[in-house]
Design a protein around this ligand. Structure first.
Ligand SMILES: Nc1ncnc2c1ncn2[C@@H]1O[C@H](COP(=O)(O)OP(=O)(O)OP(=O)(O)O)[C@@H](O)[C@H]1O
Length: 386
């Protein structure tokens, strides 16, 4: 155990014979995504963390706090895990402010959980200032979830557990909440365990990803590494995640150039659909995601000028080719065609026919064509390079 990790290990056998053997370790603070199909064991793991379910065996630690194991079993109400569920579970007889105060009333006395925001700051962080007097039935689904998150935050938890908080929302509301969750991640040092079926939520929010399948954690590690490993290549929405730094602005054309793990890319600024559109100055660190299905691979004859609407023609080298299921498809893992320390990878989803036609074997050099509009700049800057 280190003071800065979340450690969960549990074993359980239900009366039906179904067994779960789930273990993960993740650095804190950060957002840990639990991702996997229905019935994999995600909700059981969250329930064990909160103490509402007691497995046959469990060792659960948040930093130096032991919640279970070593002869210890902390009561659920003493664990200080803030919960947010798919249905917001607000109190209908209370206003928004009343629901928030309910959370604040359950906070430990001053001296504990210092550093977490108070009522005013939570209202501002989650954009609730103008809703405080409203009854909860008069709120949209997205607003309800923001109140539920605020109520959980105000109880000053040591960890926030969110079980599919966006799955009941439409696409616009999902984006709205993702923006606010990204803001919480960037401004608070609060660990979050985040259960989801949606890969785009993992890519946008999470630092660590635990892949849960059939009662086991099949893999756990940094999100970008698991995406780059091709483990999620089977998915239609497979994508790469890159840390980038803005290295040039072209405000007139609405573009910025960024350096991302050895790739130089052109991205749209401000990103379409951002809740708070901003032009990120040179030096801003961003996260980008590039869907594998949006990347085209070319073999270009030397010195042939090509005019294309795609701004990004990137020299790449094949690192690996990952067959996708029984389909006639493959995902190609690509690295920059130049030695660069800390090189990132991008993924291209192609047909197996293209793999043969283009001679895509490890080490092959070619050009990746990426439409600028296909590169998603995730909300907000995440710091500034010194
Ligand atoms: N009380 C129970 N008795 C028997 N089996 C159970 C019980 N609770 C859960 N299970 C089984 O344990 C497994 C994990 O369930 P769990 O709800 O944790 O999955 P999940 O990954 O959260 O699924 P979903 O995404 O659908 O919520 C499933 O096979 C489920 O049927």
């Amino acid at each position: 155990m280190t003071p800065d990790t979340l450690e969960i290990a549990l074993r359980h056998r239900f009366a039906t014979g179904r067994t779960l053997d789930l273990a993960l370790s993740a650095p804190l603070p950060g957002i840990v995504g639990l991702f996997g199909p229905s019935g994999a064991g995600k909700s059981t793991l969250v329930a064990a963390l909160c103490g509402t379910f007691r497995p046959d065996r469990s060792d659960i630690r948040v930093g130096t706090r032991i919640l279970s194991g070593s002869g210890i079993w902390v009561r659920p109400e003493a664990r200080r895990i803030g919960m947010v569920f798919q249905d917001s579970r607000l109190f209908p007889h209370l206003s928004v402010a009343g629901n928030l105060r309910y959370g604040a009333d359950r906070a430990p006395p001053p001296g504990h959980a210092e550093g977490l925001p108070g009522f005013e700051e939570v209202s501002v962080l989650l954009g609730l200032e103008r809703l405080l007097g409203r009854r909860t039935h008069a709120l949209s689904g997205g607003e309800r979830q923001r109140v539920a998150i605020g109520r959980a935050l105000l109880s000053r938890p040591v960890l926030l557990a969110m079980d599919e908080p966006l799955s009941g929302l439409d696409q616009a509301r999902r984006h709205e909440i993702l923006f606010y969750l990204g803001r919480l991640r960037d401004r608070l040092l609060l660990p979050i365990l985040y259960v989801t079926h949606a890969l785009d939520e993992v890519v946008r929010l999470c630092d660590t990803l635990a892949l849960v399948e059939d009662g086991r954690v099949e893999a756990c590690g940094p999100v970008a590494d698991l995406l780059a490993s091709g483990r999620l290549a089977e998915r239609e929405d497979a994508s790469a995640l890159l840390d980038a730094v803005v290295c040039g602005q072209d405000a007139e054309r609405g573009l910025a150039s960024v350096s991302a793990g050895g790739f130089t890319l052109s991205v749209v600024q401000p990103a379409a659909g951002q809740v708070e559109p901003t032009l990120h100055p040179v030096g801003t660190r961003l996260r980008l995601t590039i869907p594998a299905r949006e990347v085209v691979l070319l073999r270009l004859p030397e010195a042939v000028p090509i005019v294309t609407s795609a701004q990004n023609m990137v020299p790449v080298r094949v690192r690996a080719v990952q067959p996708v299921g029984t389909d006639a498809l493959a995902v190609v893992v690509l690295e920059p065609d130049s030695e660069s320390p800390g090189a990132a990878v991008i993924l291209a989803r192609v047909t197996r026919d293209s793999v043969h036609r283009l001679g895509l074997v490890p080490g092959a050099r070619l050009t990746a064509l990426i439409k600028t509009v296909s590169i998603v700049v995730l909300d907000g800057g995440i710091g500034h390079d010194e």
